[in-house]
Design a protein around this ligand. Structure first.
Ligand code: COA
Length: 150
């Protein structure tokens, strides 16, 4: 698997991955395309045998890298794709002088919470009824100490 910057030609595949997850707050092709034009927005795609396996989008808002979206193809789960994308995000964030990564996740998203816990994120807050005025969002952060490569 390789992880690289996303280009315009990747957008239909990334939108299809988002759309395959019901209830996931998807940007759609238009929103994903707009992200490619924003100077502080980074979209990385994980490629497996020439096809998109997953993607991550984050914004460099120093001193934080704010993760906005992370999704993996349903056919390719539990192969380390999300972990690899988070690792590249951390690498990019460090190089961009960020000292932490942050994100919001639905309290009931057990797969994502397990992923983020295994990647070293800790819960630092909660937004009540954040999703559709029903489900709480948890706010997570991972510190990126200078010189630490984990
Ligand atoms: C959450 C998601 C990104 C995980 O992608 P993935 O590529 O399957 O995750 P990885 O293979 O990198 O998993 C890394 C670790 O995360 C944890 N994990 C991932 N999915 C899990 C699941 N369904 N149940 C329990 N633990 C899980 C495990 O610790 C796993 O390590 P292991 O496989 O060695 O046990 C994927 O399920 C997804 O796209 N979900 C829909 C979109 C979404 O909810 N995104 C998060 C928004 S905040």
């Amino acid at each position: 698997m390789t992880v690289r910057r996303a280009f315009g030609k990747d957008i239909p595949a990334l939108a299809a991955i988002e759309a395959s997850w019901p209830g996931y707050p998807a940007w759609g092709e238009k929103g994903l395309r707009e992200e490619l034009t924003k100077p502080d927005s980074v979209t990385l795609v994980a490629e497996e045998n020439g096809a998109a396996a997953g993607f991550i989008n984050f914004w460099i808002v120093r001193p934080e890298a704010q993760i906005n979206s992370l999704a993996v193809s349903k056919d390719l789960l539990r192969r380390g794709t999300a972990r690899a994308l988070l690792g590249k995000c951390a690498e990019y964030a460090r190089k961009s002088a960020c000292s932490s990564m942050t994100l919001e996740v639905a309290e009931g998203n057990s797969a994502a919470l397990a992923l983020y816990a295994s990647a070293g994120f800790a819960v630092e807050g909660r937004r009540p009824r954040f999703y559709n005025n029903a489900e709480d969002a948890l706010l997570l952060r991972k510190a990126l100490p200078a010189g630490d490569k984990t």
